[in-house]
Write a protein of this length. Sequence first.
Length: 231
Amino acid sequence: MDKFDKYSKAIDDCVSIMEHIKKERKSDVEKGKYINVFSLWNNFSGLLEPIHSRILHFFLSDNPMHGQGNLFIKLFLKRIGIDIENREEWVSTAEIGRVDIMLKRYHPRSVVIIENKSNWAGNQPNQLYRYWYENIHLDEEDCHPEYYDRHPEFKIVYLVPKKGKQLSENSMERPSYYSSDLPDRLPIIPYIFSFDEEISYWLTECINSLPKENIPLINLISQYKEYCKQL
């Protein structure tokens, strides 16, 4: 009988906890806690990789709609080891040519290539090597890994949904039709960034850098941050 009473009480406790969770969730739904414009967008038409690239480009560019100048790109570059002055001019592009997102500074010359794999797409053979060759490589000097120790202003960021997605070796190998004078392997070590970690941390920094009265932009970034965790 004692065991029955214990089991009965445990069941009653579980029911009580579940009722409390359901009540709390119902209250949160009524308050609009789970409304997310990006989730809604994905339900309607699918938030595909090019759209993610353009959303990130929106934050990483000096877009008059968000009105923050180079604040967001400055925070992003700092996360990958590039410190910039407030008045430095960086150009951000998305879906131009074959590169998903590219950040450029002309004086001094700097290039950040962002390869976006938000939809878990596979790695193309020689892909990152080609991007390095077409957008960073200039002469024999930058073919050596030591060059990038001295020049942190050149980066390749491999952006994945979660850290479980790995960068394949064949993406970093020299194409067979390139000159054999070039290195066999990509000389620059890519940064592995994930949407649910590094991008989420960066977006948090973006939110914290805004005035508290800028509610529309804070809400927009917060919703995108939450959506990124679901990829």
